[in-house]
Design a protein around this ligand. Structure first.
Ligand code: SF4
Ligand code: SF4
Length: 375
């Protein structure tokens, strides 16, 4: 397959010129003006950040993108769908509160926030997945499907189930309604290692499904009939006693994320931006954000979400890991020609390649890219 163009600017700034000015220059150079925005509804898919997490994208980035779209005649809004798990984003009321708390208000970004799948996460559209092998239909938040154009604005980081979280994760998983997220997760039900469990019960606080109980030995047990595979308990356990040892189920999740992304993007203009800063080991869905695993890299933009994710993966893996982060606790056993495979060192039961490879296979884009630097 031909390569796609990915545009990149680093985090350096000159005196008197903000990184936000560089972001606008980047997206213009990357071709955002080629899209006809006039009088079109434009969904800017974003993650507002779980309250407590400090690695999520600042709203300032969203304002730059929204302002550019308005200048081009579009009608942008910021959007995300509700979560499956316990937290402050699992219905539209608390989700809106969380967005405001994290600074995403019409006063700061100049646009409205819309929770795409409604009050309870049930307002969705069944979208056929062209060439889908794992999902024939994707359940997507209605407001996202009602939009004429999709822009993804992504914070690039690690993820405990998928290896990394970038454009495809933001679009595919993030646009799924409650039913969609359950369908994507349902191959991955974690297990508890009795040898490692100390019975602290912290994991139960993170399980929205009441799936974790305790036996006479005071060790956690997961009821797979109740578990929806959301993976929240995995990150919650400080003893690493919970894991999804079936790497095949993590692969299945990656395949489905690629297919959900295709359902969202097929037939509509789309454009993608990823900020590679504060690269935390876990998703911004966590109420904590562990120390960044590499130094900040920059901002990437492309029409091709697959090329964009691959460029970000390569940039992260080429960077030196920070010894005071979780990478300092890990064995560095996964090597690549261009560096170390930080994602697999951090989350050894995940394989980021499966998401990229399946996205390529179903025609969502290409992992081959030409990197163009914008000063
Ligand atoms: S959080 Fe971990 S150690 Fe604590 S009860 Fe749950 S599985 Fe066991
Ligand atoms: S037990 Fe299942 S449903 Fe509960 S937090 Fe863990 S993965 Fe999610």
């Amino acid at each position: 397959m031909d390569s796609a163009k990915v545009y990149f600017t680093n985090m350096r700034t000159k005196v008197g010129e903000s990184l936000l000015v560089k972001l606008d220059r980047l997206i213009v150079k990357a071709g955002i003006k080629e899209i006809d925005f006039k009088q079109k509804y434009v969904a800017i898919k974003i993650h507002f950040g779980e309250p407590g997490n400090l690695a999520f994208l600042r709203p300032n980035f969203a304002k730059v993108v929204a302002d550019r779209i308005k200048t081009l005649g579009g009608m942008p809004f910021l959007t995300d769908c509700n979560t499956l798990y316990v937290g402050r984003r699992n219905n539209a009321l608390v989700h809106m509160d969380a967005a405001f708390e994290n600074g995403y208000t019409p006063f700061s970004t100049g646009v409205q926030n819309i929770i795409a799948d409604g009050l309870r996460g049930t307002d969705d559209v069944d979208v056929p997945v062209k060439d889908g092998k794992y999902c024939k239909v994707a359940h997507i938040g209605r407001a996202i499907m009602d939009a004429d154009i999709i822009i993804s604005l992504n914070h690039f980081k690690g993820h405990e189930l998928t290896g990394f979280g970038g454009a495809l994760k933001n679009i595919g998983m993030g646009s799924g309604s409650r039913a969609g997220k359950m369908a994507m997760h349902n191959d991955g039900k974690p297990e508890v290692s009795k040898a490692d469990c100390i019975g602290c019960k912290i994991c139960t606080r993170f399980c929205n499904q009441g799936a974790i109980s305790f036996g006479a030995d005071k060790k956690a047990v997961i009821d797979h009939k109740k578990c929806v595979g959301c993976g929240r308990c995995i990150g919650a356990c400080s003893k690493n006693a919970i894991s999804n040892n079936e790497s095949s189920s993590n692969d299945a999740l990656n395949f489905k994320i690629a297919e959900y992304s295709k359902a969202v993007l097929d037939g509509r203009p789309h454009f993608h931006i990823s900020v590679v800063n504060q690269v935390s080991p876990y998703c911004d869905c966590h109420e904590e954000s562990d120390a960044a695993v590499i130094p900040d890299i920059g901002i990437f933009a492309s029409f091709d979400p697959v090329a964009l994710d691959k460029a970000c993966i390569d940039a992260v893996n080429a960077a030196s890991g920070i010894a005071t982060s979780i990478l300092g606790d890990r064995e560095h056993t996964h090597k690549l020609p261009n560096g170390e495979d930080h994602f697999t060192d951090i989350h050894p039961t995940t394989d980021w390649r499966t998401q990229i490879a399946h996205a390529e296979k179903i025609g969502l884009g290409t992992g081959n890219y030409e990197l163009i630097t914008v000063k």
